[in-house]
Design a protein around this ligand. Structure first.
Ligand code: HEC
Length: 195
């Protein structure tokens, strides 16, 4: 009986070994067929080697006007008094006046108003009211002093030297002259040069 019982064992053990071997081959085949997990090795460096841009890896170009570039008109002027002696180098062409109008609308109308009289929504709330740019007392000041006001600001008025390039500031001056002083065209330059 014993002999009979024991004798079939080796033949029953073989299929189990075979099955284990087959499972091993299948696992190996699966690993080979799935390159994804295999390529992610070693796991510890996954995050370092991500697609994120590394510091200094791709230096980006500087934003416009953040660094001086050749041929950019720069005007160094000490203060408003020095600025008032500057002559307006930008001819009061329709194009310049139009550019000045666009900039005035953005930067100046909140206080001086579309009309230039100082009735802007912000201007109305100021204790020192924005000067009326249409008044003869403002219109007699030299172009350079308007340039100086825009560059340095006043007691209450903010400075726009960092926001507007010198050329843009002269466009604004040309607009202030044309829209509020009724002086458009090349005569503006002749008048400011005479001062
Ligand atoms: C926050 C409100 C405000 C804004 C914005 C503003 N101003 Fe003024 N501005 C004033 C006030 C207030 C005065 C009165 C003087 C002072 O502040 O010293 C003034 C005065 C002036 C004067 C002086 C006139 C004179 O006879 O002395 C000029 C020129 C002028 N502004 C032009 C401009 C222009 C051009 C802009 C846009 C680039 C502008 N302002 C933006 C408030 C403002």
């Amino acid at each position: 009986m014993n002999v009979l019982l024991r004798s079939p064992r080796p033949s029953r053990a073989r299929p189990v070994r075979d099955r284990l071997a087959a499972a091993g081959v299948l696992a190996a085949a699966l690993c080979a067929a799935l390159p994804g997990p295999a390529a992610a090795w070693p796991w510890s460096r996954d995050m370092t080697d991500s697609i994120a841009i590394k510091p200094q890896a791709h230096p980006m170009p500087f934003p416009r006007r953040s660094v001086p570039v050749p041929d950019t008109a720069t005007v160094r002027v000490a203060d408003k008094e020095a600025a008032s002696k500057l002559l307006n180098p930008i001819p009061s062409t329709p194009d310049s006046v139009n550019q000045g109008k666009a900039l005035f609308t953005i930067y100046c109308t909140p206080c001086h108003g579309v009309s230039g009289t100082g009735d802007g929504l912000v201007g109305e709330k100021l204790v020192l009211r924005p000067f009326n740019l249409t008044s003869p007392t403002v219109q007699v000041i030299p172009d350079g002093l308007i340039f100086g006001y825009v560059t340095f600001g006043g007691e209450v008025m903010p400075s726009y030297g960092n926001d507007l390039s010198p050329t843009e500031r002269w466009h604004v001056v040309n607009y202030v002259r044309c829209a509020f002083g009724n002086r458009c065209g090349p005569a503006v330059i002749a008048k400011s040069a005479a001062k």
